[in-house]
Design a protein around this ligand. Structure first.
Ligand code: NI
Length: 258
């Protein structure tokens, strides 16, 4: 049976409250062997940790403050992330980054929070899960300022050009997180994936959001990772088994999974 890692699922979201066991059962049935759960902010922390403990060895929590949650109380939220290390073991710091799409009101704070979390990831020798939306140049400027740190990780929901992808790889061991968007008609991602080596790609769903075709617009779930893998196999003209094998290995390397 083919094995997949969903490197990005908010499985603790209230969208899954009613049928979480079925969702996990379906994921296991298609071969999802592990699910990385990126954090958002303190309001969803307890739900994430309780799922991580009830599904230990299957779901892996990260810690971090999401850029769209950087608001007036950003100092308290950032402190919450720092303190979380004394309570739990995390697989990554994420999702962190800069989002200029939803609001630019706290742009400077977003940049500060992002760089502080890059620093804490490096100190803890953890990979980062980077969220970048309408903020490519700002992200690169932050990474330039943090050149001395020991960084590796994922550019989550990558949607840039091949040139941007090539630039990402100059910052260390970074892979592109590819999800349902690749299955959308006229997605420019398909050209990027054609040229990007499979070694640089990990699979993700970002569930409950960004469902692949034919579930576009409906709730996403980790089992749909297979549809993403199938699309990548089609674009690259290779076997599904190769996509599963290489992307699972990539995820295991980045997140130190055994
Ligand atoms: Ni996410």
């Amino acid at each position: 049976m083919l094995k997949y890692i969903d490197t990005h699922s908010h499985l603790y979201d209230t969208d899954f409250e009613g049928d979480l066991n079925d969702v996990i059962e379906r994921a296991k049935e298609v071969g999802v062997a592990g699910v990385i759960m990126p954090a958002v902010d303190s309001t969803t922390y307890n739900a994430m940790i309780s799922l991580a403990s009830s599904q230990r060895g299957y779901t892996y929590p990260a810690t971090g403050l999401h850029p769209t949650s950087v608001k007036e109380n950003w100092r308290e939220e950032l402190e919450f992330v720092f303190e979380s290390f004394s309570r739990e073991k995390f697989i990554a710091v994420g999702e962190i980054g800069i989002d200029g799409y939803w609001s630019k009101e706290f742009m400077n704070e977003q940049i500060t929070v992002f760089e502080e979390q890059l620093r804490v990831a490096s100190e803890n020798n953890l990979p980062v899960i980077i969220h970048s939306r309408d903020a490519t140049e700002e992200i690169f400027k932050s990474l330039d300022r943090c050149r001395k740190l020991n960084l590796r990780g994922i550019f989550h929901a990558f949607s840039g050009s091949f040139e941007t992808a090539s630039r990402v790889f100059t910052y260390g061991d970074f892979r592109l997180g590819i999800g349902g968007v690749v299955t959308f008609k006229n997605s420019n991602l398909q050209k990027v994936i054609e040229k990007t080596p499979l070694d640089k790609i990990v699979l993700e769903t970002d569930s409950p959001w960004l469902s692949p075709v034919p579930y576009r617009g409906k709730r996403n779930e980790p089992a749909y990772i297979k549809l993403v893998a199938e699309k990548i196999a089609e674009i690259k003209g290779c076997d599904l088994s190769r996509v599963a094998e290489v992307t699972t290995r990539n995820a295991s390397e980045i997140f130190n999974l055994n």
